[in-house]
Design a protein around this ligand. Sequence first.
Ligand code: DAT
Ligand code: MG
Length: 146
Amino acid sequence: MERTLAIIKPDAVQNGHAGKILDRILAEGFAVRAMKLVTLTQAQAEGFYAVHAERPFFGELTEFMASGPCVPLVLEREDAVSTWREVIGATNPADAAEGTIRKQFATSVGENAVHGSDSAENGVKEGRYFFPESEIVQNGAAVIDA
Ligand code: DAT
Ligand code: MG
């Protein structure tokens, strides 16, 4: 089993899409191992996206991520990272395939509804950024076959 970190970003929460996105997560066979509603501080948003610190959009990105409540989730499934990346679609919603979450819910490249980790290693690392291991459940619902 592999873990990925998903975030339902502030635009999607604000626009009332969190429930629909959670339904999609479950329909795609992910087990939710941790979930919460939280408004990030600017410093927490900067820490999470530290890899993008030199990008021109870093300020815009981190201010957006701290602009309102978001929903980070630790998801588990076989091939969780690549499966979730497929379900969310391309970073820019203009390039996102039909049926992807970003195609359906993103408003712009900056405000693109959801996050997904880009590797199994980052999936674990990003999960720990939001949740201590004690808040990541190991029991509970079995993972549904895709
Ligand atoms: P992804 O979220 O698909 O992994 P990324 O890691 O390249 O994309 O970038 C992280 C976030 O930064 C992305 O979800 C939205 C924002 N971003 C990326 N490229 C951008 C751009 N050209 N202009 C504004 N925001 C951008
Ligand atoms: Mg990324």
